[in-house]
Design a protein around this ligand. Sequence first.
Ligand SMILES: Cc1ncc(COP(=O)(O)O)c(C=O)c1O
Length: 447
Amino acid sequence: MSRLTLDDTVRRFEEKFEVSAQISDTGKRYIPGGYSRTSVTFGSHAVYADRGEGQYLYTADGHRMLDLHNNFTVNVTGHNHPHVEEALIDAVRQGYSFANPVRREHELAKMLCDRIDAVERIVFSCSASESCMTAIRIARANTGRPKIAKLEGGYHGFADEFMISVHPSAAQFPGTAADPLPDPNTKGMYPQVRDNVLVLPQNDLESCTRILSAQAGDVACVILELMTGAGGPMVLEADFVRGLRQVTRELGILMIIDETVTVRSSIGGMQAEYAADPDLTVLGKAIGGGLPLGAVGGKEELFRCLENGQVHHSGTHHGHPLATAAGIANLEVMDESVCERLNRQGEFVISTLNQWAGEQEHLFDVYGTGSLIAYVFPNQPGREFRSCRDLAAYTHEERMDTFAFEMATRDIYVLERGTMSLSEPMTDANIDTIIDNTRDVVRQILA
Ligand SMILES: Cc1ncc(COP(=O)(O)O)c(C=O)c1O
C-alpha cells in the first residue's frame, strides 16, 4: 500500500469541491473572506450546503455526505428532523416577531431546569457567545470582583475577554505550562482586557490553586468547558474538575461550566457525570434545535440581580419564538433513551477504534465522551495529552489534515480540528461506515 500524502488528498478534495470553491470566491466580492463565519473554512474555502436531510448533508457540488460535523455538534437530531420541522412550521404560522414574549419560552426554561440539576433559573439569548458575556456579568455583579479566569485552550465565544489564549501560539506559548500568560488571539481588543483575565493550565490543580489564591479577592469566576472544542479536543479529568470546584468555593469564586458543546452528552449535561455542581451553566448549540439560541442558567440567588434590574440583559431576539419552538421539539426527541443510544454508539466507535489503534502502536488515538468523538495523530507513540500545550506539541498536524480531507473525498464530513459527532438518525450501518473508513484512511496515512 502506498502512503497517502496531504498533497494528493488536497488535490482530489479541490477537484471534488470545485463548485464550493467558486461560490466562496464569488462571496469575497461582498463579504470579507466570502462568508460571515470564519470557522466554517475547510481547507482553502468553505463547503457550501444546498440542503440537509437526516444524517446527510447535500453540498452545492452535488455530493451527499454523512455529516459527522453536524454544525460543530449542534445537529444532535440531524437535519430537518420531522418533529422539529413540524414545530417550526407551526410556529412560523403563529407569527415570529413580537414585542411580547411567548409562553413556549417558559416551557423550554422548565425543560432545561428539570434536566440540569444546577439550573434553577435560566435566561435566553441568541448565541452562546452572548450568554457567556451575561454569565461573567452576573458573576461580577454578585461578587463585586472585576477579573475572570479561564483555562488555556478554552473557548467561550468571540467577546474580548474570551479571545484570550484560545489558540496560544504553538511555536511560542506565553509563560510556562504551570504559569500561562494571557495571549490575545485577536487584534482590536481593549489593551486592559489581558490584565483582567487570568489564564489557568488544564488538568493542573496545584497551579490553578496557586494562581487563583494569589488574586482571589479580585476574581469573580472561573469559566471552563469539560471537554474543550475550538482550542483542540481535551477532556478534563474528573479529579481536576472536582478539585477546582472545591478551591473556587473556598475562595468565593463562582464556577461557570460552559456546556455549549457538551450539553448533548446526557440529559443533565456533562456536568452530571462529574457531579460538578457549578454556580452558573452556559448552554448553546443543540438547545436551539438548529436555530440561534444561547442560555445561562444557575442558582436562583445569583439571578436576583436580573430580577431587580441591577444587571442588564435584553436583546431584540432573546427568547425568539422560532428558536424556542425548535429547542423544545429538539429536547422532546432527545429523551433519555435517545441520549443513551447515541452515547452507546459513540462509545462503540471510540472503543473499537482505540482497540485497533493499539495495534498501530497508537499512532492514531480516539477518545471523547458519548456521541462526541475526538481523534488525534500523536507524533510519537505513548504521548500523553493532558493540556492544549500537549496537543500543540505532540500532534502530527499534517496527518490530521490528510485525514479530514480524505474523509471528505469519501463523502464523510468531519471537523478538521479532530472531532466527529453523531446524530439521532444514524444507523448501525452508518457507524460501521465511520469505523471502516477511519481504519482504512489511517492505514493509508501510516503506510
Ligand atoms: C464551548 C463554547 N462556548 C461558546 C461558544 C460560542 O457559541 P456561539 O458561536 O453560538 O456564539 C462556542 C462555539 O463554538 C463553544 O464551543
